[in-house]
Design a binder for this molecule. Structure first.
Ligand code: ATP
Length: 248
């Protein structure tokens, strides 16, 4: 569903990503981990087309981002780290506006909007201004918005930041349900390792390179540790020493 092949990116003299390759299988909940400055946001900006790739190739659902950007956008939903809702528009208005940006007709937009609101249990809030929603509800609205055009790949960049523990868990579980029930492929970036299950495929970035690409559980086995926290610490302490690549 997502193929990143040999992507490198520089900011001036600074090499932010170096020959990054990864591939996400359909229907999986994939996590992207890395310490501060590892290059996660840069990679997401490249995949979502916010940054233009300088080398390598990105394909979404078989479409090349550089040659078929519209096709890629059609298959891709994104929830960015920084909320981008209009606080002074209502919940429904935010969704309808976004639907029009995706070229949905009026009727289809209304239908999709009501469907996603119901799925997120936000119907009763449809006419409220976003300003009136709490952080958890705003995140759910952003997910509803990202799903309006029925993408097959959903990217969430630190989507749980700022939420309380219960809202974080609910959000995480909700996204997992989307994978299971809709076959959606998810790329979830986080610093919070308790959001990752032992069987989840995980990509670890460090100083711009993929240093591990495996199931969370296998990272522990490989590093001889008991928790993902310990494995992550060991892998990122001396990234040059421990390169662990396999399937994600
Ligand atoms: N616009 C920019 N100009 C110059 N350097 C940048 C720019 N954006 C990011 N960088 C640098 O590129 C590297 C990767 O940054 P990036 O934000 O992608 O990392 P990250 O893994 O998302 O970090 P964090 O977890 O802190 O958000 C860092 O060293 C960062 O300082």
């Amino acid at each position: 569903m997502l193929e990143v092949a040999d992507i490198s990116h520089r900011y001036g003299a600074h090499q932010a990503l170096e020959r990054v390759s990864l591939s996400l299988t359909k229907g999986g909940f994939h996590s992207l981990l890395g310490p501060n400055g590892a290059g996660k946001s840069t990679l997401i900006a490249l995949i979502t087309g916010l940054l233009r790739s300088q080398s390598g190739e990105i394909r979404v659902a078989g479409h090349s981002l550089s040659r078929q950007p519209r096709e890629v956008r059609r298959h891709l939903g994104v929830v960015f780290q920084q909320p981008t809702l209009d606080l002074d528009l209502s919940v429904r208005q935010n969704l309808l506006y976004h639907a029009s940006l995706h070229g949905l007709g009026r009727r289809q937009a209304r239908e999709r909007c009501e469907w996603e609101l119901a799925r997120q249990h936000l119907e009763a809030r449809a006419n409220d201004k976003v300003r009136q929603l709490n952080g958890g509800h705003r995140r759910r609205l952003e997910i509803a918005r990202a799903l309006l055009h029925e993408p097959e790949l959903l990217i969430l960049d630190e989507a749980s930041v700022g939420l309380d523990t219960a809202s974080r868990q609910a959000l995480n579980e909700h996204v997992r349900i989307l994978c299971r029930e809709r076959g959606m492929t998810v790329l979830w970036t986080t610093h919070l390792l308790d959001e990752i299950a032992p069987q989840d495929p995980v990509v670890v970035l460090c100083t711009g390179r993929v240093i591990a690409n495996s199931q969370a559980q296998a990272l522990c086995t490989h590093t001889g540790t008991h928790t993902l926290q310990e494995a992550f610490g060991r892998l990122t302490a001396k990234p040059g020493d421990t390169v662990m690549e396999g399937r994600s």
